[in-house]
Write a protein that binds this ligand. Structure first.
Ligand SMILES: NC(=O)c1ccc[n+]([C@@H]2O[C@H](COP(=O)([O-])OP(=O)(O)OC[C@H]3O[C@@H](n4cnc5c(N)ncnc54)[C@H](OP(=O)(O)O)[C@@H]3O)[C@@H](O)[C@H]2O)c1
Length: 281
């Protein structure tokens, strides 16, 4: 089974288009404000793709491009202005930030009701308490994929190879809430290969094939593989898994590209519409 993020995200976008048209009839014009600091080419591409996806479904955007030398206090001032701006429903701070800026301070300046990436400690805390408001887009997209393809989670052993706040930690909570037994792994995990072989659901998000490649000998026949990692080889975007061989063995796998990537963007759109829906007029 190919777990296609393109198929599922297209359906979600179709539903959002209708929801956005209805919001506009109520004079609510969903708007996402993005902030990009510096000139990292990958970040610029991500922002461009997010803007394009917004325009496809009818979400307005405004773009704030800042020099990498910007002072933390000026970035925080900008976020405070966007927090106050009633036309803006969602604020997206493109990461990573330059080293001289404290990411925690910046992210947590975002008003939780506009934190469509779900990264503030307020929204992370709600998720921890099983009262989620905005859930980070990549883990949310993974859960939507698993739901759409009827992947049974109850009682299953899931392994997540990633412990970031953006991916591994929130996904672990979401899988746990669906009664999976979750193991979170990282660069210091012992016996990683054995743990992977014993897992029903394998989520990998490393993004460096020199450090780690998910090969066919590592996965069991009935495994479901969710490949979040992104890296490049010979000018092509690839995931963590040796897709050609792993896909022949397992019972389901997400391709890269076309798996988790489009779902992350669809969830960004969904969270922005959710934020706009919560506006009281
Ligand atoms: N498709 C999408 O929409 C999407 C969205 C978000 C991220 N991504 C991709 O997912 C990847 C991870 O993103 P991130 O922001 O979470 O990056 P990150 O913070 O750098 O996380 C990488 C994780 O991999 C672990 N790791 C590194 N080498 C390892 C090894 N040899 N064995 C086991 N674990 C190892 C790291 O462990 P330590 O914690 O010990 O360092 C860390 O937890 C990147 O490729 C990114 O581009 C894709």
């Amino acid at each position: 089974m190919i777990i296609s993020g393109i198929e599922v995200s297209s359906k979600i976008k179709e539903e959002l288009i209708i929801e956005i048209q209805n919001l506009k009839k109520r004079s609510i014009y969903p708007c996402l404000s993005t902030i990009l600091v510096g000139d990292d080419p990958a970040s610029a591409i991500y922002i461009r793709n997010k803007h394009r996806a917004c325009s496809e479904v009818g979400i307005e955007t405004n773009d704030n491009k800042l020099e990498s030398s910007i002072k933390e206090k000026n970035l925080i001032e900008l976020i405070k202005t966007l927090n106050e701006d009633k036309k803006v429903h969602g604020i997206l701070m493109q990461l990573p930030l330059p080293d001289h800026i404290n990411q925690f301070n910046v992210i947590n300046t975002i008003e939780p009701q506009k934190d469509i990436d779900g990264l503030t400690y307020y929204n992370a805390g709600l998720l921890l308490n099983r009262k989620p408001s905005f859930i980070p887009c990549t883990p949310l997209g993974v859960m939507e994929l698993l739901k759409y393809y009827n992947v049974e989670l109850k009682g299953k052993d899931a392994i997540i190879i990633n412990r970031s706040i953006l991916v591994g930690k929130p996904l672990a909570l979401l899988l746990l809430d669906k009664d999976a037994t979750v193991t979170i792994c990282h660069s210091n995990t012992k016996n990683l290969e054995e743990k992977i072989r014993n897992s029903d659901i394998v989520v990998t998000a490393i993004g460096n094939r020199k450090l780690f490649t998910l090969t066919a000998d590592l996965v069991s026949d009935n495994a479901i593989v969710i490949d979040i990692g992104i890296s490049r080889a010979n000018g092509k975007v690839i995931g963590d898994a040796d897709y050609e061989n792993v896909s022949k063995k397992v019972s389901g796998i997400t391709p890269v590209p076309g798996g988790v990537g489009p779902m992350t963007i669809a969830m960004l759109l969904k969270n922005t519409v959710l934020a706009a829906n919560r506006v009281i007029i």
